[in-house]
Design a binder for this molecule. Structure first.
Ligand code: SAM
Length: 388
């Protein structure tokens, strides 16, 4: 943990806890799946990656079927989504052949997991240079620590599933002196504790911006607000790239179409734990403010349009997940059928109505309404499905 002799912002704490090169939560291990700390939609069912593949192919059609496209995934976790997308779309050879895949991943351990999920090998190109290809689809694959490192110049499709929620948030509290930023300090008995900054902090400028985007009624009822400067900056980069290179981005995450109050949470081994307890051993994540993503994209270019958010349930339903589950059920064992049905309902089920008595406190909750989908596209592409 960095130490500079004074309190640090919640965002600095979150960034250190998740991505510190030595001891960050994501850096050294596989944190996903039943044996890890949490489960994501691609782990729940292959249908999630397949449906994202359908969305990607449709956008590619709307882009005029370019022969060479950058397909970028931000924070690919175990690589399951990309593997299901490539497998599911491999029959559509013109689409499949056009893809240059770029994985944006900060964790060396997860890069290795992704390399094997995509069944990668090292291959020699026609010009005798070597590169990595996925034997699932024959596409070239490369890894990058950030979106900026992905080469420009080709039409680009960007997928960000559960990436924005891992970006560090600043927290503010309403006081008699106005909005004060919450900081993290070390107490006399060497424990972390929250304190309020007595002075305006640099993040205050961004809070002012978010407050201007919101309606007075929305702000009036809030005593706490979280803002994510990294999300606004990332959205600027995404929108700029789509504006100049063409294409679009799909963002799927849990969150809300408006200001977020106090959502930062820590999860270790499928249980909620204290945010300040044993930093680096639990995942920290926060709800995504989709309204701030929309405004950030729109302020950077007139050449892009933003669509949604809509619920994951609407998104997957409109893309045809019902037909896909029916088709898969035609040809499977009873055990596979059970897992397909459970997976289907977890992806599209209502977050308010737990429907499955799982072994822990998180698995019973359906993801269909808690997760939202939003698209940012170059205006030349028209309105992407299923946001028409
Ligand atoms: C919650 S996981 C999402 C995993 C995956 N998209 C899925 O659906 O299973 C967040 C992913 O983003 C990566 N990540 C987090 N912060 C990052 C950053 N600042 N730069 C690059 N990758 C990051 C993590 O290592 C992890 O792969």
């Amino acid at each position: 943990m960095m130490f500079r002799g004074g309190p640090i912002s919640v965002a600095e704490y979150m960034e250190e806890v998740l991505t510190n090169p030595q001891s960050g939560f994501y850096i050294n291990r596989d944190v996903f799946g039943a044996g890890g700390d949490f489960i994501t939609s691609p782990d729940v069912s292959q249908m999630f990656g397949e449906m994202v593949g359908v969305w990607t192919m449709c956008l590619w059609e709307q882009m005029g079927q370019p022969g060479n496209v950058n397909l970028v995934e931000l924070g690919p976790g175990r690589g399951t989504l990309m593997a299901d997308l490539l497998r599911g779309s491999s029959k559509f050879s013109n689409f499949s052949k056009s893809l240059n895949i770029h994985m944006v991943e900060c964790s060396p351990a997860l890069q290795k997991v992704q390399y094997s999920a995509l069944k990668c090998v090292e291959a020699t190109n026609d010009d005798s240079s070597t590169g990595t290809i996925s034997t699932l689809s024959g596409n070239p694959i490369s890894w990058h620590a950030s979106l900026e490192q992905v080469p420009n110049g080709l039409p680009t499709i960007i997928i960000a599933h559960e990436f924005y929620d891992a970006l560090p948030v600043h927290q503010f509290q309403k006081t008699s002196k106005g909005w004060c930023e919450k900081m993290i300090d070390v107490s006399e008995d060497s424990l972390f504790r929250f304190v309020l900054s007595p002075h305006p902090t640099p993040a205050r400028l961004y809070l002012t911006k978010c407050l201007q985007w919101a309606s007075p009624e929305e702000v009036e009822n809030l005593n706490h607000i979280e803002i994510c400067i990294k999300s606004m900056e990332l959205t600027h980069q995404v929108a700029k790239r789509i504006s100049t290179d063409g294409g679009g981005a799909l963002i799927v995450d849990y969150g809300k179409d408006g200001l977020i109050s106090d959502s930062l949470q820590a999860i270790r081994k499928h249980k909620f734990v204290d945010i300040l307890d044993n930093p680096g051993s639990a995942d920290l994540s926060a709800y995504v403010d989709f309204a701030s993503i929309r405004h950030s994209a729109e302020e950077i270019s007139d050449n892009i349009s933003v669509h949604g958010p809509m619920t994951q349930s609407q998104f997957l339903g409109s893309l045809g997940i019902n037909f896909r589950v029916e088709a898969l059920l035609q040809n499977c064992t009873e055990e596979q059928a059970e897992s397909l049905r459970t997976g289907y309902w977890r992806l599209v089920g209502d977050g308010e109505a737990p429907f499955w008595e799982g072994p822990d406190e998180l698995t019973p909750i359906g993801m269909g309404t808690r997760y939202l989908a939003m698209a940012i596209v170059n205006k030349n592409q028209g309105v992407p499905i299923p946001f028409e």
